[in-house]
Ligand binder design. Structure first.
Ligand code: PLP
Length: 404
C-alpha cells in the first residue's frame, strides 16, 4: 500500500502545480530547502524507508483505518454515506500520517530536532508524538495567547518530552508562532528539520505532506471497492491547509466519475472578511508563507485575519494543489458555517455514536446537504479526527441548544 503513495505526477521540479506553489523564500532558506528536497527525493525511492513507514502505519497508528457505512445517517438523508475513520488513528486524527513521515526523514538526514509552530496544538501534539517515537528532540513554537487557551495540548506536548517555546510578541498567536519557528530554524538549519503541519509552505512540503497523507485514499479506494463493488460517486473532505483532503483525493484524481468536494469554513459570516476562513472560494491568488495560492487578503495584499469555530481550519491560504484543482474544475469547493458544523457534530454523535472533530463536522454537514439535495449516489467522507478535544468548548458554547 505504501508503494503507490509515492508516485504522483505533480508538482514539477520547481514545486509548481500549474501556476501555484513554488518557493518564495530568502536565498539562505532556499539552500536549506534544496537539501530537504534532495533528501526527500532519495528517501522516497528507498525501500528501507518505505518499509519502516509502512510498519509504523500498521502497528503504531493502527492503519488501515476502517470505512464505516453510517446507516442511520444515510437513512435520514437519503443517500449512502460512508466514513473513512481517521479519527481512530493513534492521537485521534490524520496528522500523525505526515508527522511520522517527517520524523523519519529528519532521522535519515541525521537531524537532532524537529521544529514547528502550532496554533491550537493539534499539529504540535502529533509532531511531539512522532519525535518521541523516533528519538528526536522537538521544539514547538506557540503564541502565549494560544498556550493559555489550549492548555491540555500544551501539557500533552510536555508529557511527550517536547519543548514548548512561548511566543510573546505581536498578537501572540499563530502568525507570530510561524515567524518565531522560522527564525529559530534559520539560526540552526543543520541540526533541525522543520515539520510543516499541512500541504502548505515552500516546495517540497506541499508534495511531501500530500504523499504521506495519500495513504488515506489509497486504502479507501481498495476498501470501498471491496465493500460495494464500485468506486464512490463522491468524496467529501474539509479543507484548512488541505492535507486530509489531498490525502483522500489523490488516489482518485484520474477516476473521472468520482466527484470531489472540498469544504471550507464559512465561520460566522461568509460575506465579511475576518469572519470566515474560506480562502479558496473567497480569496484570490497571492503569495504568503513561501508559496503561491488562493489566499484571503486585506486591502494591502497582506494575509487577512480569519476565523472559524474549528481552530484547525482557520488558515488564510490553502495548499497550492487545491488552487490548481479548483482552476481545473476537478474539485468542487464549497463552504459550511459554524452553526451547520455544530449541528453535524451533534447529529453524528447521536445517530451513530461517533463524536467527530469540529473540523471534520464541516465535511459531514456538506455531505448531508449533498445527499439531501441531489440524486447524488454514494458519498465517502473523510472523518479527519475525533472530537474529544472539542467537547468542553462545544458544551460551554452550544450545549444549552442541544439539551445539555
Ligand atoms: C488540522 C486538522 C484539519 C485541517 O487540516 P488539513 O490540512 O486541511 O487537513 C482537519 N481535521 C482535523 C481533525 C485536524 O486536526
Amino acid at each position: 500500500m505504501t508503494d503507490n503513495i509515492f508516485n504522483c505526477e505533480l508538482p514539477d521540479e520547481s514545486g509548481y502545480f500549474g501556476e501555484y506553489g513554488g518557493s518564495f523564500i530568502p536565498p539562505e532558506l532556499q539552500e536549506i530547502m534544496n537539501e530537504v528536497t534532495k533528501a526527500y527525493e532519495d528517501i522516497r525511492e528507498d525501500s528501507e524507508f518505505r518499509e519502516e513507514l509502512a510498519e509504523l502505519y500498521k502497528h503504531y497508528v493502527g492503519r488501515p483505518s476502517p470505512i464505516f457505512h453510517a446507516k442511520n445517517l444515510s437513512k435520514k438523508y437519503g443517500a449512502p454515506l460512508y466514513l473513512k475513520r481517521e479519527d481512530l488513528n493513534h492521537t485521534g486524527a490524520h496528522k500523525i500520517n505526515h508527522c511520522l513521515g517527517e520524523a523519519l526523514l529528519a532521522k535519515k538526514m541525521g537531524k537532532k530536532r524537529l521544529i514547528a509552530e502550532t496554533g491550537a496544538g493539534q499539529h504540535g501534539v502529533a509532531l511531539a508524538t512522532a519525535a518521541a517515537l523516533v528519538g528526536l528532540e522537538c521544539d514547538i513554537h506557540m503564541g502565549e495567547v494560544d498556550i493559555a487557551k489550549e492548555y491540555p495540548n500544551v501539557v500533552r506536548m510536555k508529557i511527550l518530552g517536547a519543548n514548548v517555546v512561548p511566543v510573546t510578541h505581536g498578537r501572540k498567536t499563530l502568525k507570530e508562532a510561524v515567524d518565531s519557528a522560522f527564525g529559530a530554524y534559520l539560526a540552526d538549519p543543520h541540526t533541525q528539520l522543520f515539520g510543516i503541519g499541512s500541504v502548505v509552505g515552500p516546495h517540497p512540503y506541499p508534495r511531501m505532506v500530500r504523499d504521506f497523507q495519500s495513504i488515506v485514499g489509497a486504502e479507501a479506494k481498495e476498501q470501498f471497492l471491496e465493500m460495494t463493488g464500485k468506486l464512490p460517486d463522491n468524496l467529501v473532505a474539509c479543507v484548512g491547509g488541505g492535507s486530509n483532503a489531498m490525502g483522500l483525493f489523490t488516489a482518485f484524481l484520474k477516476d473521472e466519475n468520482v466527484a470531489m468536494h472540498g469544504v471550507e469554513p464559512a465561520g460566522r459570516d461568509i460575506n465579511v472578511l475576518g469572519e470566515h476562513a474560506a480562502s479558496i472560494t473567497h480569496g484570490k491568488p497571492g503569495v504568503m508563507h513561501g508559496f503561491k495560492s488562493y489566499m484571503l487578503q486585506d486591502e494591502n495584499g497582506e494575509p487577512a485575519p480569519v476565523y472559524s469555530v474549528a481552530s484547525g481550519l482557520d488558515y488564510p491560504s490553502v495548499g497550492p494543489q487545491h488552487s490548481y484543482l479548483k482552476d481545473l474544475g476537478r474539485v468542487n469547493y464549497a463552504y459550511i458555517n459554524d452553526k451547520e458544523a455544530i449541528d453535524a457534530f451533534f447529529e453524528l454523535s447521536r445517530l451513530e455514536g461517533i463524536i467527530p472533530a469540529i473540523e471534520s463536522s464541516h465535511a459531514l454537514a456538506y455531505a448531508c446537504k449533498l445527499a439531501k439535495d441531489n440524486n447524488s449516489g454514494t458519498i465517502l467522507i473523510n472523518l479527519s479526527g475525533r472530537g474529544d478535544k472539542d467537547i468542553d468548548f462545544v458544551v460551554e458554547n452550544y450545549g444549552s441548544n442541544y439539551g445539555i
